[in-house]
Write a protein that binds this ligand. Structure first.
Ligand code: ATP
Ligand code: MG
Length: 231
């Protein structure tokens, strides 16, 4: 479904990602872990079309998407929830949801909003609230809802646990797993909360200094191996 081959990218002239290859198949949850600054978010940004691919290829369902605009990617079924600063603070919850489906016709948009509100019912009571006044957990749910509105084929999530209390992390991840199973929706997730993300991941990649350092099934990662990857 998603295939990244020999990706090289960075910012300005500074290279951050070196020859990275990864893939996500239908229905899988695949996570990317690794130390701070390793280049995890940068990989996801290249896939989402936020930054340029210098060389290598990124394919969605065998179609080349590297250097496509984010807009075009959304239309081809790829949605992306970035790390931090995740909702439009000054807009209402409902307005945030509507923006997630800016390209849908009204009827479809309302159907999709109804569906995500079934998934995250707490947001139903908050539709007229200004998003910036939601709790951290509620903002994360809103960000995830917004990413689900376009009925994506693949969901890219950068640190969905950021800023959440430990008990909420497991709850948010469990919900992601349920969504993954119910809709056979593949997810490609960057995470720092290693123990928790491994529980819901089918496969995992680890990145070190911008390069592939490990790939395998989540249950193949021993404690010692993890330590080595984060040294
Ligand atoms: N917009 C930018 N301009 C220049 N350099 C950047 C930019 N964004 C990130 N970098 C640099 O690229 C490197 C990798 O950053 P990236 O955000 O991909 O790391 P990460 O693995 O996601 O880390 P974290 O776990 O802390 O989020 C870092 O050295 C960072 O300083
Ligand atoms: Mg990051």
């Amino acid at each position: 479904m998603l295939t990244i081959e020999q990706l090289n990218t960075g910012y300005g002239k500074k290279q951050i990602v070196y020859d990275v290859s990864m893939n996500v198949s239908g229905g899988e949850i695949v996570s990317i872990i690794g130390p701070n600054g390793a280049g995890k978010s940068t990989i996801l940004k290249a896939v989402a079309g936020i930054i340029k691919t210098w060389s290598g290829s990124i394919k969605l369902d065998s179609k080349e998407i590297s250097n496509n605009s984010t807009h075009k990617n959304i239309l081809s079924g790829l949605t992306y929830s970035p790390q931090g600063n995740i909702v439009f603070d000054e807009l209402k919850v409902m307005e945030n949801l509507e923006l997630g489906g800016f390209h849908l016709e009204k009827k479809k948009l309302l159907e999709r909003i109804d569906l995500v509100l079934e998934i995250y019912p707490i947001l139903k009571k908050r539709l007229n609230q200004i998003a910036g006044t939601l709790s951290g957990g509620e903002q994360q749910m809103l960000a995830l809802s917004r990413a689900l509105i376009p009925e994506p084929k693949l969901l890219l999530l950068d640190e969905p646990s950021l800023g959440l209390a430990p008990n909420l992390v497991e709850e948010i991840f469990q919900k992601l797993k349920e969504i993954n199973e119910e809709f056979s929706l593949p997810m490609f997730i960057v995470e720092q909360k290693v123990k928790e993300i491994l529980k819901i991941s089918d496969r995992v990649y680890s990145i070190k200094l911008g390069k592939n350092a490990f790939e395998g099934r989540a249950d193949e990662l021993s404690k010692d191996k993890l330590k080595e990857l984060f040294l």
